[in-house]
Design a binder for this molecule. Structure first.
Ligand code: NDP
Length: 284
């Protein structure tokens, strides 16, 4: 039976570390790390994410602003708000909650966020630094995955890592991070054939697909470390990952649950990046 990788536990350690760092920065430089979260429209899931992020900021002693704009906001209006936040010295991290309404280009907005305040790590400049292996801000979910592996002292070097999913926010950046840590990395997607043959090679298997219970025990090598990024509702409406936890946990050596695995790490790493940014500003 697999050991559970407890994302709540690991994320609490990170938050404690961040809280200490926020306090020290304030004491030594007078700078209070600050995060602005921008929410356009009234998507209920986004509302919850933004509320949780705000609460998390308060808990670690950060300054936070929540900027809510109506669903009919124009691209120009949002660009002007981002521009204002780029120049606001109380704000060190800017988070634009996705998805944005259809009249606004997400690419344009994400590129308008100053790379120095891009704590989500989505700006092409920061993506480029990550590709080079000299990242400034690593996007939060992939960064959280590496932190969890490190916390449980799971070796990465020399391991065969398989990532299912090639999105810009999870699949690609986590593949790069594993590569920089000297794993041999294979990235799979919807056209990979035969997928199960590739996934069975994995010592470390990361599932970032968005399909409930997609990775089954037959797709996993005995003793593999399985990281489930997915957040889905199954047919009974229950929150579930991309991995069939019940079956796969009998075969894996370590596994992340959903909820309580990767999810809590994402917010913790957002706080981490915001503190990092505030430190950079304080020393510049
Ligand atoms: P995307 O939809 O952007 O990407 C999904 C990827 O899965 C694509 O690359 C797609 O391939 C691949 N895929 C889809 N179907 C198959 C298949 N049948 N076989 C193999 N590959 C397939 O999703 P995200 O990366 O944004 O998110 C993935 C999941 O992680 C979602 O459930 C999301 O909610 C969750 N998530 C969780 C976070 C957390 O904090 N825990 C943070 C971010 C996301 P192709 O490119 O060929 O279409």
């Amino acid at each position: 039976m697999a050991e559970i990788i407890d994302g709540k536990l690991v994320s609490q350690h990170i938050r404690d570390e961040v809280a200490e760092g926020v306090e020290r920065l304030k004491r030594e430089t007078g700078v209070t790390a600050g995060l602005a979260a921008v929410l356009v429209g009234d998507d209920p899931a986004s509302e919850i994410y933004v509320r949780n992020k705000r609460k998390a900021c308060t808990e670690v002693g950060m300054y936070s602003e929540e900027l809510r704009l109506p669903g009919e906001t124009t691209e120009e209006e949002l660009l002007s708000l981002v521009d204002k936040l780029n120049g606001d010295e109380n704000i060190h991290g800017i988070l634009v909650q996705l998805p944005l309404p259809s009249q606004i280009s997400e690419t344009k907005i994400l590129r308008a966020v100053s790379p120095l305040k891009d704590v989500d790590g989505f700006h092409p400049y920061n993506v480029g630094l990550l590709v080079e292996g000299k990242p400034r801000f690593i996007s939060c979910t992939p960064h959280g995955i590496i932190k969890m592996l490190d916390f449980y002292k799971i070796g990465i070097e020399g391991k065969e890592a398989v990532v299912v999913g090639r999105s810009n926010i999870v699949g690609k950046p986590v593949s790069l991070l594993l590569l920089h840590r000297h794993a041999t990395v294979t990235i799979c997607h919807s056209r990979t054939k035969p997928l199960d043959e590739v996934t069975r090679r994995a010592d470390i298997l990361v599932a970032a697909i968005g399909r409930a219970d997609f990775i089954t025990a037959g797709m996993v090598k005995e003793g593999a470390v399985v990281i489930d990024v997915g957040i889905n509702r199954n047919k009974d409406g229950k929150l579930t990952g991309d991995v069939d936890f019940e079956g796969v946990s009998k075969k894996a050596s370590y596994i992340t649950p959903v909820p309580g695995g990767v999810g809590p790490m994402t917010i913790a790493m957002l706080l981490w990046n915001t503190l990092e940014s505030a430190r950079n500003f304080a020393s510049s």
